[in-house]
Design a protein around this ligand. Structure first.
Ligand code: FES
Length: 322
């Protein structure tokens, strides 16, 4: 499902950026300037004949004539990335959302450490270029399987900030591999960490950062290719709407958002995977079972808000601020 503000765009260019990675340059279908965005933003793309997928914007945020996204062909995907690769071509029209940003730069940071895993480079590339333009201190580490699978290497290599970017390849000699624990040891005051990449990479970086005392408010992350637990297949429970006292049963094979929709109650959603935060809802009573990738561990532990597109209940009833 796509939010209210949608845009029609045309594919102006499709380029192979690396093995398995295509970029798409999207321009406004009617020639009007596109809404501006900040580094770290993504758009929801309605994949033709398929699901809605989030792709980070990786062009210069100062540009209003185009958006650039890059898509990794993921064999395990549910059709989004392969449809983009196989069925979307130059000249095609796409429906996308206006840019949204859940992964913003902390402009008061003393310095920035950007860690990219694979296609997770896209938002971080945009951040690196922004930081270079404003002259903010930063360092970026970009981990990929091999040079052939490293998108935007030439763009980075030709940039003025190239010396601040370190490449690490899984198939390269051991000394060039990223030592995450060493890199994250003793976080300097005021330094912020930004991470984007596949689940294993994110888990390793976030676990290491937390173990080494990085404060949660200096860790920023965005999952790529998130695979939260499926919403169904569990016990049934009920949701009470705080505004009306109405009680709506949630069957074992329905998500809260689906059960509410069945009862005529709409909750705004976007990703429906617990990633984007669009459906964030206050919990007034009851105990949620958090399955999202959006809230921090502290926020989840507080149990006063939840993502009802994927999270469920540990208590027989949840009272939600709806
Ligand atoms: Fe994206 Fe629920 S719709 S987190």
């Amino acid at each position: 499902m796509m939010g209210a503000a949608t845009l029609r765009v045309r594919v102006a260019r499709k380029s192979v950026e690396a093995e398995g990675i295509c970029s798409f340059e999207l321009v406004s279908a009617d020639g009007a300037p596109l809404p501006s965005f900040a580094a770290g933003s993504h758009v929801d793309v309605q994949v033709p004949g398929g699901p809605t997928r989030q792709y980070s914007l990786c062009n210069d945020p100062a540009e209003t004539h185009r958006y650039l996204i890059a898509v990794l062909r993921d064999a395990a995907s549910r059709g989004g990335s392969s449809a983009m690769h196989d069925r979307v071509n130059v000249g095609d029209l796409l429906t996308i959302s206006a840019p949204k940003n859940h992964f913003a730069l902390a402009h008061d940071a003393a310095s920035h450490l950007l860690l990219a895993g694979g296609i997770g480079v896209t938002p971080l590339l945009c951040m690196a270029e922004r930081l270079a333009i404003v002259g903010a201190p930063f360092e970026m580490h970009y981990c990929t399987r091999s040079p052939a699978r490293t998108a935007f290497a030439a763009r980075i290599g030709a940039s003025g900030y190239a010396p601040q970017v370190h490449f690490h390849h899984d198939d390269g000699p051991a000394p060039q591999r990223l030592d995450i624990a060493a890199l994250l040891a003793a976080p300097p005051a005021g330094r912020h960490l930004y991470v984007c990449g596949p689940q294993g990479f994110m888990d390793a970086v976030l676990a290491s950062a937390r173990a080494q005392g990085w404060p949660e408010d200096r860790i920023h992350y965005e999952f790529f290719g998130a695979t939260p637990a499926p919403a169904g297949g569990d016990g049934a429970f009920e949701v009470m709407l705080a505004s009306s006292g109405r009680v709506i049963p949630v069957a074992a094979d329905r998500s809260i958002v689906q059960a509410l929709a069945d009862a005529g109650v709409t909750v705004a959603t976007s990703c429906e995977q617990g990633v984007c935060g669009t459906c964030l809802t206050r919990v007034i009573d009851g105990l949620p079972e958090h399955r999202d990738l959006y809230l921090t561990p502290e926020e989840q532990a507080a149990n006063d808000q939840m993502l009802p597109c994927c999270s469920r209940a540990r208590s027989p009833r949840l009272v939600l601020d709806l």
